[in-house]
Ligand binder design. Structure first.
Ligand code: 5GP
Ligand code: ZN
Length: 114
């Protein structure tokens, strides 16, 4: 989508610190980290929010989650625990309307979140 910040990152029109990429999924460092590890895991396809997902996106979103989990293991922070979180909608704090999971690790993660 033309005016979407994360689509621009996917198309390399805006620079980002990319950690992993394949045909369908992109992982890059959050510009304003709230934990020692703070990655954004996104589908390259533009989907605004989880509620805009179609049935045909099921495999894609599974790949997004699998990518996050594999990276957590490969980067060595799975054992210490990590959080994979999606803010869905403005009321939950979603500012960028392109589905993304925050992958957080490297410090104690309290529950419930704010
Ligand atoms: P949300 O609040 O939508 O769940 O999360 C959006 C995230 O995107 C925020 O954590 C914010 O720091 C991050 N972000 C916003 N603009 C940019 C950018 O231009 N580059 C990167 N790498 N992250 C961004
Ligand atoms: Zn987008």
């Amino acid at each position: 989508m033309q005016d979407c910040l994360f689509c621009k990152i996917v198309k390399k029109e805006i620079p980002a610190d990319i950690v992993y990429e394949n045909e369908r999924v992109l992982v890059f460092k959050d510009i304003n980290p709230i934990a020692p590890v703070h990655l954004l895991v996104i589908p390259k396809k533009h989907i605004s929010t989880l509620t805009d997902m179609d049935k045909e996106d099921t495999l894609l979103m599974g790949q997004v989650q699998l990518t996050a989990a594999r990276l957590a293991v490969e980067m060595g922070f799975a054992e210490g625990g990590f959080r994979l979180v999606n803010n869905c909608g403005r009321g939950a704090g979603q500012l960028v309307m392109h589905i993304h999971y925050h992958l957080l690790a490297g410090r104690p993660l309290s529950w419930p979140p704010g």
